[in-house]
Write a protein that binds this ligand. Sequence first.
Ligand code: HPA
Length: 273
Amino acid sequence: MSNVEERINECVRGVREKTDFIPEVALILGSGLGDFADTVEAEAIIDYSDIKGFPLSTVAGHKGRFVFAFIGDKPVVIMQGRVHYYEGYSMEDVVLPIRLMKKLGAQTLFLTNAAGGLGDGFACGDLMIINDHISSFVPNPLIGPNIDDLGVRFPDMSEVYDKDLRELIKNTARSIDIDIKEGVYLQFTGPSYESPAEIKMAKMLGASAVGMSTVVEAITANHMGMRICGISFISNLAAGISKEKLSHEEVKAAADIVAPKFQSLVRKVIENM
Ligand code: HPA
């Protein structure tokens, strides 16, 4: 067994010492959206620091814990705080939580993030269904010996973001009067925000939003055959499009404003899954 598999199994054992909750859905809360986990009735809460072998998040505004809860009748594991590549972790660490949540039982991955909008109808505060991504600016998380137990060496990527789930998000948003857009998310490594020239490039490549997470998680989940969906909330217009300088404080403040709308959408989508 590879080191990676041993670590995943160690984390599974760590979680199973504390709860036997079997999630169907894994939900990752992006920057500033973590409060959603405080609105659910938790069946179990496990701090990442209490799981031996689990990578720990250091970013201000990120709590680091799993919250296990029913949303409607769906058993869900919520990641309140994710692990970012820019924190200095290896890609293996960054995607370990995804593999762990799959091993705990989750078949569906619901990704959320805060992202910079690239204009063309994308305004600050908008929500965007991720319909595809560009991963070319970050290392592929599947580099290294393939773990055959998890998935194949060369996974197909022609529909990472499940069409039915995208449709469900669209219809659910409509049913509660939330205007939602759709587009391509591009992941940069961060932690610096992009330069205006990089944002021009991202636009030329066909992206609608940029951020520092999510894509590598989606690649890992796709490798394991999970159903995936994702929503970005546009916390700011990206560098050069926005007249303002960018800051994490701005991202968090925008998240606070969008949070109620975003949280009701996430809840309803999961209930309807
Ligand atoms: N760029 C990258 N990541 C981000 C941004 C941005 O403009 N906003 C929120 N996350």
